[in-house]
Design a protein around this ligand. Structure first.
Ligand code: ATP
Ligand code: MG
Length: 262
């Protein structure tokens, strides 16, 4: 018997199928023009590439910004907030986690959870691109680097250039000025990753950090941001034994198992 979770975010969509043992299959892809198309596409991909029979899925929960539309279209039987789903997914992968940092494309959340993944408190930044994955995308594009490169190139930095602006648009101008003055991409990228980590650390301090700490969402794949955060917060970010981008969908699948009767 299978249970499924679908997470349609602002940039990527994931589908995860679990059974009684744990994760059975998952898929991730870039979003389509609307959430329902995204959900359909990622589920179709999962069915065809992972040979999962959707008829054997007993219950499905959707999450992410398109979660309600996905349910209205009958692709899921219920929907749940991303905050709750990231908490559940993180607790399943790292049972000792009490703080979950989820940085996606359009928002950043710091979630405090209890031993079973239940929500205790959270803070969220969804007002401003600075401090979200969008900030990294804009600066990577200005530097002519891929998102992967932005995280790796800064390892060769000789110094970390400061980005003083609080706004991602002004930071883009600062990055351009540094490039024009002949600074290396490594030094600028190091500054971008540090600026990103500073904003996330401020968010963490607002809700209060409790160990253990783990990080989900796409930005968790940027090793330089992780390292800066570990240094600023003086804490180790425990790595998942799974792709950090599927944590929300995994949490939704776990909710589905709970709701659909395991
Ligand atoms: N390989 C990578 N290395 C570094 N960063 C990455 C990588 N892949 C994605 N990202 C970052 O992850 C972000 C997308 O994260 P994610 O897939 O969690 O977003 P989302 O769930 O669609 O968005 P949201 O939750 O805000 O609606 C991108 O903006 C980018 O900055
Ligand atoms: Mg997300």
């Amino acid at each position: 018997m299978y249970y499924a979770g679908i997470d349609v975010g602002s940039l990527t969509a994931q589908a995860v199928v679990i059974n009684s043992k744990g994760i059975h299959a998952f898929k991730s892809m870039g979003v389509k023009p609307n959430p329902v198309q995204s959900a359909k596409a990622v589920v179709d991909m999962l069915i065809s590439e992972e040979r999962v029979s959707w008829n054997d899925v007993r219950f499905c929960v959707s999450t992410g910004y398109g979660r309600e539309q996905v349910q209205v279209e009958g692709l899921s039987q219920d929907n749940m907030s991303e905050i709750s789903c990231h908490g559940m997914g993180a607790a399943f992968l790292v049972p000792e986690a009490r703080t979950v940092i989820d940085i996606g494309g359009q928002d950043a959340k710091v979630i405090r959870i209890g031993p079973g993944g239940e929500l205790i408190d959270f803070v969220m930044n969804d007002k401003c691109a600075a401090g979200t994955g969008r900030f990294l995308e804009v600066q990577a594009r200005t530097l002519g680097l891929s998102l992967d490169e932005l995280g790796t190139v800064s390892q060769g930095a000789e110094r970390v250039l400061e980005l003083s602006s609080r706004c991602s648009i002004f930071c883009e101008t600062e990055v351009l000025h540094y490039l024009q003055r002949g600074h290396s991409k490594a030094d600028i990228a190091a500054g971008v990753n540090r600026a990103m980590a500073e904003r996330v650390a401020a968010l963490v301090r607002r809700v209060g950090l409790e160990k253990e700490v783990t990080m989900s969402g796409g930005v968790a794949k940027n090793a330089a941001v992780r390292a800066e955060l570990e240094r600023m917060l003086n804490v180790r970010l425990i790595k998942y034994n799974a792709d950090s981008q599927i944590v929300g969908a995994l949490g939704a699948a776990l909710m589905a198992r709970r709701m659909g009767g395991s």
